[in-house]
Design a protein around this ligand. Sequence first.
Ligand SMILES: Cc1cc2nc3c(=O)[nH]c(=O)nc-3n(C[C@H](O)[C@H](O)[C@H](O)COP(=O)(O)OP(=O)(O)OC[C@H]3O[C@@H](n4cnc5c(N)ncnc54)[C@H](O)[C@@H]3O)c2cc1C
Ligand code: SF4
Length: 511
Amino acid sequence: MIIVGTGAGGGTLAHTLASSGKRILLLERGDFLPRELDNWDPKPVFVDGKYISEDTWFDRDDNPLQPQVHYFVGGATKLYGAALYRLRPQDFGELKHASGISPAWPLSYDDFEPWYSRAERLYQVHGNGGEDPTEGHRSQPYPWPAVSHEPRIQQISDDLADGGYHPFHAPCGIMLNEEQPHRGLCIRCATCDGYPCLVHAKADAEIIAVRPLLDRDNVTLLTGAEVTRLETDSSGRVVTGVVVRRDGNREVYTGDIVAVSAGAANSAKLLLNSASDVHPRGLANGSDQVGRNYMFHNCKAIVALAKERNDTVFQKTLGINDFYFATKDYQWPMGNIQMIGKSCAEAMRGEQPEKTMFAPEWTLSDVAGHAVDFWLTTEDLPVPENRVTTDQDGRVHLAYSSTNDEEADRLYGELKKILNHIGMAEHHVLRKNFYMCMDIPVAGVAHQAGTCRFGTDPATSVLDADCKAHELDNLYVVDTSFFPSIGAVNPALTAIANAIRVGEHLLGRLS
Ligand SMILES: Cc1cc2nc3c(=O)[nH]c(=O)nc-3n(C[C@H](O)[C@H](O)[C@H](O)COP(=O)(O)OP(=O)(O)OC[C@H]3O[C@@H](n4cnc5c(N)ncnc54)[C@H](O)[C@@H]3O)c2cc1C
Ligand code: SF4
């Protein structure tokens, strides 16, 4: 069995399969992310982009862009914020939005629920069930209690609750033991969301799924192994060769089953670049669906300023889903509000130099010391024209236009109302409310999904309900590519749960 990529999908799939004793070859184009002081330094991480790939992709107008992808053992989870949300039950059904329809999945929330529970156990998710009125039923409680709010965030949470909102503790995969701190690896630092964890206390795919397998005789990990092409037999139904570029050489590996888990854009790239006489449009692409329906969320990062200091260290503990669906005042779903890692002066300077000129009397450190940082996520819809294609040199072109902008703007409006409501307005630095608002550009591919969606109809989907390619007998795609829609919560837990689900299917197939 060959697995391409070691992130949330591929790493977790390998972990699920390893105990079977089946021989597994993991092919990962990156290396282990080095442990070094730079891991926790905002300048190399955010300003210099030290851990971002050197890839060049191209946008719809052929302008080059440097995508925010991370080629390491563990994939994007090495840098992720470890906010590990389940999709809402309604996300698995059809939902109407301002820009169109979010389609139904071939499986329901109830089908996914047991896999979510397993995923939460494996990735040590901390949370409090029952606080968020939009969450689905759970067969098991969170394996760990929620990460506590620090005083400023607790105050915001209390104010929100007093105002009739339903703030909840955000589900989070960090190895923090607040009852017995000496037994936890996590030191609750300020450099988590978007940073690698220097002390290996983040529940990422390398630490949780891949490292525990490295001493097993039946698992081999090759790093620096970029899979460039999949070859099939003459019928086109069986992948017979996995072509790898490693140390400048071409190598070919064989396995009875091949699972592609290279991340949504790179999995599509690999299939498209594997075109042949029997698959002229790209492997598994008779439906012309490979690469289409690319989604990455319609997101905004918001920095709200108050006179009151915000000395929070680990800020990503609060979520608000009061606007996840339609409300009595607005007919469309708006999305999720959560906190992100606390902004610091160095990162602000690097990310938004022109927008940090607003506070001549304040240093950036002052600004950062008073900032409260929010992340707004609105669902973006699967649109066929939002797609990954490759050119004759095999390079990625990413055409994307946002959807549901009206919902995203409305969500931003709701956040502003909340901030006024919880008393931040009267403390604002500037006389009027000031918010620094940043839309996430197309290069911000962190939440990429949807390029090989699963479904029951081979004419409109790439994968069947087990994530096997309709057109092949031994090819699976097990990463965020399979999403038919993306909901408005972070995608990693769903990718992890699905990898466990597909892994159990494969164990049945292989036994
Ligand atoms: C900064 C940041 C913050 C995030 N925060 C959150 C969060 O808080 N919560 C959340 O749910 N999600 C978050 N995400 C998103 C989350 O990390 C991804 O949804 C998830 O990792 C996707 O899993 P995947 O298996 O599809 O891809 P990845 O995890 O990216 O794994 C793909 C793997 O394939 C490898 N690869 C690519 N091409 C090839 C090739 N040709 N040959 C061999 N190997 C290849 C890559 O190196 C990588 O290891 C964040 C992402 C980023 C970047
Ligand atoms: S908060 Fe914990 S898990 Fe996150 S980077 Fe710091 S030590 Fe690591």
